[in-house]
Design a protein around this ligand. Structure first.
Ligand SMILES: [Zn+2]
Ligand SMILES: [Zn+2]
Length: 634
């Protein structure tokens, strides 16, 4: 139903940080139309209901985006900036709200809890606008950050945000019933953008009138914003908008969400982590939980939160949210082995992870949280918790089990401050590095192969917070290698070189050697070449180098090995891990050992008189070319 839209007669310039619904309200006010009419004329409302969908708060796909931009007389970039899409890679709830097919995301119909889809927080003074004629007439911005649960304060006006209307007491911008839309009362004309659009009270049916209270005249919450909480808000906004690595922000927000769930589930065990002025608000929010857990079908009294996700839901109230985030940040950044640390104390009181009120908390800890926070939670469980309690189904049971099977010796060694990091270590230790480690053994023996495979895993553990399984995973080593019936990572009986007192010195010597080498980001290369193999065009080009007229031609086996060789040269990983030998390209149960034809062939390529030497030469050149391409540089 995309009708070609004529540009509106007049428009407005979006205000800094303005949200799409806020822009729509101001535009409707300027044009004397209802927001619904503007939504329809700009192509936002194309469903049979004629209502702009809630998902357009998150992003507009390319066709609607261009349509909207043209008819609202703004650039596509400005239209995109009215949505939350620019934060997608940094804010886990947004990442989870969008599906990615190929490289273009689009909104799903499921909205994670840390996106405030059903209401907006607001700062009355921001809504009142500044002194410019346009803001005096149409008010200030409804900001898009107010829809992220981590936003609890306005830093321009140094106040906590509100989330309800002082007259009708309902959350503002409230979604009613099961159907979320971009704006309530979209078809009501004549309201100022700062007026409450809720029905007059909770009991009256929708459509029987509008509350209409001027929210720009509302008082901010009575609790005043302390410098420490303002600073916390500044840090959180910094994570969203800074130039730094998005992964860091993403992991920190995930850590905070997990910590927030831990704190709410164990309430009030960690209550004292919250700043005193904001603590009562958080206590009020968590009060219903002090009673025995209700049955999963039964909603909690007084708070509208569904029981199934109670602990992973952020409070609506901004002061309670500030208290929760401040406590969560402390939990995430505290050293858990300090005597006054709250984490062990808190974890002792938590219900098991089968409880539905955890929501997605444990999945988030496993997949989104930072390795160091995951490691801390796990380590505390392992060291401090009673065995019986773990047997009852404590959250990290399976990991704890896996760890106890594999006795680790690497955590005894720490190699900080050598100036290299986990990403600088390849999965398969180069032969030249092994020579530094010890010159006394033959590189062809199975033992030396085991060392070249194990040392990187130990090095990673020594320079990071990762445990054995995480370090192996980091290097792209399949979990089955450490848990399979015939483990290919033999950690229980390390070779003589890695036993006892000598191990530390040897690893130290190796670390010094690595520190002197030129550093490459092997992690980036592994990521870049995920699923990589030679395409038809490249392979045909390489085969043309084979000029010999007699004898065999390069066949399927050669091509398979060619893919493995290039991938291995670039990533510094062993041949058998190459994507060409893994599913979905190869069958799941494909067995590769030293006697497999592919491995034999690759072995011959690494030794004198290799088969198809001209092809090999072209492959080595291709690997170099990939390594030296500008985007692949360290
Ligand atoms: Zn403000
Ligand atoms: Zn109201």
């Amino acid at each position: 139903m995309n009708v070609a839209k004529d540009p509106l007669p007049r428009s407005l310039i979006p205000l800094p940080d303005e949200s799409l619904p806020g822009f729509l309200l101001r535009l409707a006010h300027r044009l004397d139309l209802s927001p619904g009419q503007v939504a329809r004329r700009t192509g936002l409302a194309h469903s049979p209901t004629g209502l702009a969908p809630a998902s357009s708060l998150l992003m507009l796909e390319s066709t609607p985006l261009n349509l909207f931009a043209r008819s609202a007389r703004v650039t596509p970039a400005a239209a995109d900036s009215l949505t939350l899409r620019p934060y997608t890679d940094r804010y886990p709830a947004l990442t989870h709200a969008l599906v990615r097919e190929g490289s273009t995301p689009r909104p799903r119909s499921v909205f994670p809890l840390w996106l405030l889809m059903a209401y907006s927080r607001y700062c009355p003074t921001c809504l009142a606008g500044d002194d410019t004629p346009i803001q005096r007439r149409h008010g200030g911005p409804w900001k898009r950050e107010w829809r992220l649960a981590i936003t609890f304060a306005c830093l321009d006006h140094q106040v906590f945000l509100r989330n309800d209307c002082p007259r009708c007491r309902l959350p503002v911008f409230g979604g009613r019933g099961s159907r979320l839309t971009l704006l309530p009362a979209q078809h009501t004309p004549g309201l100022h953008p700062a007026q409450c659009r809720n029905p007059p009270s909770e009991s009256s049916p929708a459509g029987s009138g509008i509350c209409g209270h001027r929210l720009d005249s509302a008082e901010p919450p009575e609790v005043s914003l302390s410098p420490a909480l303002a600073e916390l808000q500044r840090r959180l906004m910094g994570l969203l908008t800074s130039e730094g690595q998005p992964e860091r922000a993403f992991q920190r927000f995930a850590d905070l969400q997990v910590a927030a769930a831990l704190i709410q589930a164990g309430w009030p065990a960690a209550a004292n982590l919250a700043p005193s002025e904001a603590q009562p608000a958080l206590a009020a929010h968590n009060a219903p939980q002090a009673h025995p857990a209700p049955s999963p079908q039964q909603p909690l009294p007084s708070s509208g939160r569904p029981v199934t996700t109670a602990w992973s839901t952020p409070p609506g109230d901004a002061v309670a949210t500030a208290a929760l985030l401040a406590a969560s940040e402390q939990l995430v950044t505290q050293d858990p082995f300090e005597s006054r640390s709250a984490l062990p104390q808190l974890l002792r009181y938590l219900p098991t992870r089968q409880d539905p009120r955890w929501g997605t908390t444990w999945r988030m800890l496993a997949h989104d949280a930072s390795p160091s926070f995951r490691h801390q939670v796990e380590k505390v469980y392992q060291l401090r918790l009673h065995f019986d309690w773990i047997r009852q189904g404590a959250p990290t049971q399976s990991i704890t089990k896996a760890r106890s099977v594999h006795r680790l010796f690497a955590p005894l060694l720490t190699l900080k401050d050598h100036g290299f990091a986990a990403e600088h270590i390849p999965q398969f230790l180069p032969e030249s590095w092994l020579a530094v480690f010890s010159d006394s053994f033959d590189r062809r023996t199975p033992r030396s192969r085991l060392l070249r495979r194990m040392l990187p895993i130990h090095l990673i553990q020594a320079v990071s917070n990762l445990n054995l399984l995480e370090a192996a995973e980091f290097l792209g080593v399949p979990l089955s290698w450490s848990t399979g019936r015939r483990p290919r990572l033999n950690t229980r009986q390390p070779p003589d070189h890695l036993r006892g007192q000598g191990a530390r010195d040897a690893l130290e010597r190796l670390a010094q050697h690595i520190a002197r080498q030129r550093k490459f980001d092997y992690q980036a290369r592994r990521t870049l070449l995920t699923g990589w193999h030679l395409d038809d065009q490249t392979w045909n080009r390489i085969c043309r180098q084979h000029r010999r007229l007699t004898g065999p031609r390069p066949g399927a086996l050669t091509r398979e090995c060619a893919s493995a060789l290039v991938w291995s040269r670039v990533t510094g990983s062993e041949y058998s891990l190459a994507p060409i030998f893994q599913p979905p390209i190869s069958p799941l149960n494909r067995q590769l050992d030293a006697a497999s034809p592919a491995m034999m062939f690759l072995w011959r390529w690494d030794h004198e008189n290799p088969p198809f030497p001209d092809v090999l030469e072209a492959l080595e050149a291709l690997a170099l070319q990939i390594i030296e391409a500008p985007t692949h540089a360290p």
